[in-house]
Design a protein around this ligand. Structure first.
Ligand code: SF4
Ligand code: SF4
Length: 311
């Protein structure tokens, strides 16, 4: 496994980061035992960096896998917007992960310097907790190049977690080149950069090597979060991230689909939450633009009727 230091945080991480969205209730919905076993297998193969989020519901899986293991780096994120919600999210993460500190805590889905300013009291709380040693690094996750540029100028932000893939899929405010440029600037400002969605949510699975190569060969990306759902995927990805770039990936099992059940009431909550502009209401029905969907499953998290899901 290839390892690196995450920018100026000093945190040593595997270049392959296990993104736990795939095993979460928003996607494959693995029970704690099954999910923890998969996480532990990845650790045994050299993965030391694991990404989660409050919304994923995978804290129990990580706790089960790593309660007796110290040398993992866990990154999480929440939608906290003020001191009260920041405290609530951090306390929840500490409790449910069973840890005394969080390696990387991020604000989830930030968009620009304006959204950062709007979250200033949450940011102040996290920075206070960083000074107390409860958080080791603070960061932002985003689909917006503008947010990465804002973070580059923000001294207190240590880590950025951008959507980053060879077609720029899911970049909400521009092109692949815009995101490349922003990531370069953030890297040069000393930020730790770990990319998400290198396979564009599954759209780039026809040539996984090429898709990974685009991200991993970037001198501005320290680590790459990849969702994994079975041992074969973990083995292949670990081999690739250990330098065996000619690995033959299994393709079929990566296919995902967004499904809306008949009992959808067309309340449009999912439309509002989708940052990729995939969903719209047409004739009192939800229409899906499958080409743009990156299968994050966030729409499912807000559906009051459990009517929309990534399968
Ligand atoms: S949130 Fe659920 S019920 Fe509302 S429009 Fe979306 S799928 Fe339908
Ligand atoms: S439609 Fe749902 S799964 Fe697809 S990108 Fe939007 S929020 Fe994510």
């Amino acid at each position: 496994m290839e390892y690196t230091v995450l920018g100026s945080t000093g945190l040593r991480v595997s270049r392959l980061c296990f993104g736990t969205l795939t095993i979460s209730p928003l996607q494959r919905d693995f029970n704690i035992k099954r999910g923890a076993a998969l996480l532990k297998s990845a650790y045994d193969m050299g993965v030391t960096f694991f990404d989660t989020a409050e919304i994923y519901g995978t804290y129990p899986h990580l706790k089960e896998a790593f309660s007796r293991i110290d040398d993992v780096v866990i990154s999480t994120k929440s939608y906290s917007y003020d001191e009260r919600t920041a405290k609530k999210s951090l306390d929840k993460a500490l409790l449910e992960l069973g840890r005394d500190y969080i390696d990387v805590f991020m604000l989830h889905e930030q968009e620009s310097r304006h959204t950062l300013r709007g979250h200033s009291s949450a940011i102040e709380y996290f920075l206070k907790k960083k000074q107390e040693g409860v958080i080791r690094a603070f960061g932002v996750s985003t689909h917006f190049a503008a947010c990465i540029l804002a973070a580059a100028k923000h001294d207190e932000i240590d880590v950025v977690h951008p959507i980053y893939n060879k077609r720029g899929l899911g970049v909400a405010d521009g092109s692949r080149l815009d995101m490349e440029n922003a990531v370069r600037i953030a890297h040069q400002a000393g930020k730790g950069v770990f990319a998400m969605k290198p396979l564009g949510g599954g759209h780039l699975c026809s040539d996984i090597s090429e898709a990974f190569s685009y991200v991993i060969e970037s001198e501005y990306v320290h680590s790459v979060a990849v969702g994994m759902q079975n041992l074969r995927e973990i083995e292949d990805n670990c081999a690739y991230f250990s330098g065996k770039r000619d690995i033959a990936f299994e393709l079929e099992e990566n296919k995902k689909e967004l499904m809306i059940h008949d009992w959808c009431t067309c309340c449009a909550s999912c439309v509002d939450v989708c940052k990729s502009g995939v969903l719209r209401v047409v004739n009192n029905k939800i229409e899906i633009d499958n080409e743009r969907c990156i299968f994050c499953g966030y729409c499912g998290a807000v559906c009051p009727n459990f009517a929309i899901k990534v399968i």
